[in-house]
Write a protein that binds this ligand. Structure first.
Ligand SMILES: [Zn+2]
Ligand SMILES: [Zn+2]
Length: 366
């Protein structure tokens, strides 16, 4: 089967901050070494919401309309040259990055730091809130049958948590403090336990998020202002998953000798820094930027039930409801929204229901 650029597909396009339109674009054609994915589930990330509201992700600003969505699961629909035809029909989770694979960062294995990176939904690169997307075949990770497509979409934030726990050097017996009980913080609670941490404390301004954190394995919880009450001992690792300066400072100060602080939550571009505590305790402060080589472990942890992602899903939406999915994610009580691009939403009395019949390629002609 050959993709025709004349075939178009529905796309949720962010035209400008706060303005999302459902429009049509040509179905992308997989290049050499690439696969064409039929997008079946997309998790909404805090960075998508930030881009929707403010037109920027970190220091990357929107320069024109952009397609959001980088937490993606789907089905391989077509393969480009050099990719075995046998991969067509595979259920996959997408590692949504395209590093150059030729620079020194890539060649030394830190491909997530590639200066030439094109990352889904990081301006100006488009994401996957559409019926189809293309990706290098190596980054379309095959799924075991017992991992649902919804869980597969959320392997992306699970991968963030794997990478952060590696950066934090969490090992059996570690005492870990996490700031922020959003999706990443709640996954970090579970991941820290998987890595062997025996104390996992978490802080957040919302009591209901802390309750969920306890259900997911947190040993100590505290409202954000009480960070030092989380646990009386000093911590071995602190992971900031909220990007709030006071939480960052309090977290670093809560570290004991040779502790490791890891920054994963996007916050202000610059921040204060407890230099004396860092110096006199030989604290290491590190970034955790996306992930590298995390999918095989993430898949295994979700498949085995060691990490529960489905409990985090608080809303499910069709592609035409993408803006609502993004807005809802900000509401109190919401944790994670998932959008099903290739599934038609049908209004029925009592609320929306989803016709889970997959749209066929023929159905997406203009
Ligand atoms: Zn994400
Ligand atoms: Zn590179």
């Amino acid at each position: 089967m050959t993709a025709s650029p004349n075939v178009s597909m529905p796309v949720a396009l962010l035209e400008a901050p706060g303005r999302m339109e459902l429009t049509r674009r040509p179905v992308p054609v997989p290049g050499p070494g690439e696969v064409l994915i039929r997008v079946l589930a997309v998790g909404v990330c805090g960075s998508d919401v930030h881009c929707y509201l403010h037109g920027a992700v970190g220091s990357l600003r929107m320069t024109g309309p952009i397609v959001l969505g980088h937490e993606v699961a789907g089905l391989i629909e077509e393969v480009g040259s050099g990719v075995p035809e046998s991969r067509v029909g595979e259920r996959v989770s997408l590692e949504p990055q395209r590093p150059c694979l030729a620079c020194s960062a890539c060649l030394t294995g830190t491909y997530n730091l590639c200066p030439e990176m094109r990352f889904f939904a990081a301006p100006p690169t488009d994401g996957a809130l559409a019926h189809f997307a293309t990706l290098p075949a190596t980054f379309a990770h095959p799924l075991p049958d017992d991992v649902s497509l919804e869980a597969a979409a959320l392997l992306e934030p699970v991968s963030c948590a794997v990478h952060s726990c590696r950066q934090a050097e969490i090992r059996p017996g570690s005492r870990v403090l996490i700031a922020g009980a959003g999706p990443i913080g709640l996954l970090l609670v579970q991941m820290a336990r998987v890595f062997g941490a025996t104390v996992v404390a978490i802080t957040d301004p919302h009591e209901e998020k802390l309750r969920l954190a306890r259900e997911l394995g947190a040993t100590h919880t505290a409202l954000a202002r009480d960070v030092r009450d989380g646990h009386p001992d000093r911590y071995d690792a602190f992971i900031d998953a909220c990007g709030v300066e006071q939480a960052l400072l309090a977290g670093i100060r809560a570290l004991g000798p040779a502790g490791v602080a890891v920054l994963v939550g996007l916050g202000k571009e610059e921040s204060l820094f407890p230099a004396d505590h860092v110096l006199s305790n030989e604290i290491s402060v590190r970034g955790s930027f996306r992930y590298r080589n995390t999918w095989p472990l993430a898949i295994e942890l979700v498949r085995s039930g060691a990490v529960d992602v489905e409990q985090l899903v608080t809303g499910r939406f069709g592609l035409s409801e993408a803006a609502e999915a993004l807005r809802t994610t900000k509401e109190p009580g919401a944790v994670k929204s998932v959008i099903y691009p290739a599934i038609h939403a049908v209004q029925v009395p009592g609320g929306p229901q989803y016709d889970t019949t997959w749209t066929r390629r023929e159905d997406v002609r203009p």
